[in-house]
Ligand binder design. Structure first.
Ligand code: ATP
Ligand code: MG
Ligand code: MG
Length: 379
C-alpha cells in the first residue's frame, strides 16, 4: 500500500504507546524498509516515533530478525546504562513492543511493523566528507560491538547465512563464469583474471577465525555512514541504527566494510576509475575512532588485520558485483547497462589502491594504538 493508505492511528493502537496519534509521513532515505515518522500528543507534549514496515521480500525470516533486534537493543541499553554517560535512550535504539509483548506487529496486508523511539537532535549523513566523520562513524560501530561483547543467551540467528563467506562468494563467481548464461564472460576476462589472482584473499579471515586468533562476535553487517546518528550540536556519534543484519560475525567484517564504503574517493559505481582511490586521512579517522571504542577488547590479531580487512571486504563485494553482471543483473538493482560491471571495476580498483598502500595502512593502527602499560611491579 502507498504511504497515503497507511492507517497510523490503527497501527499505533497495537504498540505499547500512550497519547493521541496525530499521523505519520515517510521519513529518511532508506532503501530497504519503508520508514515513517509518526507524531503523538502525549499529555500536551509532542513526541515522535519511527514506524518501519520491514521489507519481507529481502528478509525472509522476520521473526528471527526481530528476535535478534529485541535481544540486541535490550542488552545494548542495559550496558549503556551501566557505563553511564548520558541519556541511554539516545545511545541505543529503543524498540517499543506490541501490546502482546512481541517485538513487531502484523497488519491486515501481512506486513510487519516495528516501532522505535525517535532519536532527537541527531541525524544521519550519506557521504563521509571528512576524517572526523569517519572517526565518529567508526567510534559508533566500535561502541556498538563493545556494548554487545557479553550478550547473554544463545547465539543470534544467522538471518543471512554465509553473508561474509568470501570463499563461497568466490565460488559463486566461478560458477557464473562457467555457466555464462548471457555470454558476458569473454568481455570481462581482465576482471575474472583479477579475481583469480586474488583468490588467496578469500580465506584469510576465515583462517584467522578457525585458528582461534579472532573470535566470533555480534556484528552489525551494514556499517555504512548513513547508519550512524550524529549529534546535531557536537557532531559526535550518538548510536548506530538499522539493525536488520545484526548477526554473529567477525569484527573485521564490520571494519572492512567501513573501509570499503567510507574511504573511496569516488562513488561506489563511478565508472571513471581514475577517480577511485583510498583516502588515507579517512582511513586514519576510521582506525582512530574504532580503536578508541574497541581497541581494548579487540584481540591483537584483530588489531593487526584492520588494513587487510578493508582489502578483503572490498574484494568480496567486487566479486558479488561481477557475479551479478555475468548472471544478468538479477540481484543488485541497476540503473544502466553495465552498472554492476562498473561497480565491480570500481571495487577492484579500490582493492588495487589498498594493496599498494597496505604497509602504510598497517602502520596507522600501530601508531594510534598503544598497548596499555603492564602494571608496575610491586615495590
Ligand atoms: P538502508 O537503505 O540503509 O538499509 P533502511 O531502509 O534499512 O536503510 P534505516 O536505516 O533503518 O532504513 O532508517 C532510514 C532512515 O530513517 C535513517 O537513515 C535515519 O535517518 C532514520 N531513522 C531510522 N531510525 C531512526 C530513529 N530511531 N530515530 C531517528 N531517525 C531514525
Ligand atoms: Mg539504513
Ligand atoms: Mg537497512
Amino acid at each position: 500500500p502507498s504511504p497515503a493508505t497507511v492507517d497510523f492511528t490503527r497501527l499505533a493502537r497495537g504498540f505499547a504507546l500512550y497519547g493521541q496519534c496525530l499521523g505519520g509521513q515517510p521519513y529518511g532515505n532508506g532503501h530497504i524498509n519503508d520508514t515513517y515518522v509518526v507524531n503523538f500528543d502525549q499529555a500536551g507534549a509532542p513526541v515522535r516515533y519511527i514506524f518501519q514496515r520491514i521489507n519481507n521480500r529481502v528478509f525472509k525470516n522476520v521473526p528471527a530478525l526481530m528476535d535478534n533486534i529485541r535481544r540486541v537493543t535490550a542488552h545494548a541499553a542495559s550496558q549503556a546504562a551501566k557505563l553511564g554517560g548520558g541519556d541511554v535512550s539516545r545511545r541505543a535504539l529503543t524498540l517499543i513492543p506490541a501490546h502482546d509483548g512481541r517485538p513487531c506487529l502484523t497488519d491486515e496486508h501481512g506486513g510487519f511493523w516495528r516501532c522505535y523511539l525517535f532519536i532527537e537532535k541527531a541525524r544521519t549523513y550519506d557521504i563521509v566528507e571528512t576524517p572526523a566523520h569517519a572517526r565518529e562513524a567508526a567510534r559508533a560501530f566500535g561502541n556498538f560491538q563493545r556494548l554487545l561483547t557479553g550478550l547473554p543467551g544463545a547465539r543470534l540467528h544467522e538471518t543471512i547465512p554465509d553473508f561474509h563467506n568470501t570463499r563461497r562468494r568466490y565460488e559463486n563467481l566461478m560458477r557464473a563464469v562457467n555457466a555464462d548464461p548471457l555470454n558476458r564472460a569473454a568481455a570481462v576476462r581482465a576482471e575474472i583474471d583479477f579475481a583469480r589472482q586474488n583468490e588467496p584473499l578469500v580465506d584469510v579471515l576465515a583462517k584467522l577465525h578457525a585458528s582461534g586468533e579472532i573470535p566470533e562476535r555480534v556484528t552489525h553487517n551494514d556499517t555504512k555512514f548513513n547508519n550512524v546518528m550524529l549529534d546535531d550540536d557536537t557532531h559526535t556519534g550518538v548510536c548506530v541504527i538499522d539493525l536488520d543484519t545484526v548477526m554473529p560475525g567477525l569484527a573485521l567484517h564490520d571494519f572492512g566494510d567501513m573501509v570499503r564504503s567510507a574511504t573511496n574517493s569516488a562513488a561506489e559505481d563511478e565508472p571513471d576509475l581514475s577517480k577511485v582511490s583510498m583516502r588515507m586521512p579517512v582511513y586514519e579517522g576510521l582506525v582512530e575512532g574504532y580503536l578508541a571504542a574497541a581497541g581494548d577488547f579487540l584481540t591483537g590479531a584483530e588489531r593487526a588485520h584492520l588494513a587487510l580487512s578493508g582489502r578483503v571486504i572490498t574484494f568480496e563485494i567486487g566479486l558479488r558485483f561481477l557475479t551479478d553482471h555475468i548472471e544478468g543483473d538479477v540481484y543488485f538493482k541497476t540503473k544502466r547497462p553495465g552498472h554492476n560491471l562498473d561497480r565491480a571495476r570500481n571495487q577492484f580498483a579500490l582493492v588495487r589502491d589498498i594493496d599498494a598502500r597496505q604497509s602504510e595502512m598497517e602502520s596507522v593502527a600501530g601508531r594510534l594504538f598503544k598497548e596499555p602499560a603492564p602494571p608496575a611491579p610491586a615495590p
